[in-house]
Design a protein. Sequence first.
Length: 145
Amino acid sequence: MPFLRFANLNKDEKGEISIGLTESGLKFAQIENSVIGHNDFEKSFSQAEVDFYLDYISKNVKGEASAIKWILNKITKGIKDRDSINKELRREIAPAWGETSEAVVNTQRAGLMARMFEFGLIDKDKKGINVVYKIIELGNKFLKN
């Protein structure tokens, strides 16, 4: 939440840490969620939450928006499975992170792609234990912005 600027962390003079919502975090929290509000487990986020999040990161969290677009571009170019995406991450992005292990690369990719899946930017086809990712309509729209 602090990375997305939805929350602030503060340390007082005694060293105690408190957390609080930012104005943007409060706005996001106030959007109706179908799981919480209606026990509808079809999707994790309402369309209003998805729209807010994607607009918000495009304007305020450029690193997240750029990372999403980076992966969407890789999928567009035919790099569609976990190992291939990890290889591209190691080649193009990991040098900026400094010394990174395979676990760090995998964790970064997995977290980002999980968010992309939950927000409806990508879908996945499972073939046995392998997963192939594909961009869906909202992902194409986000990529063009």
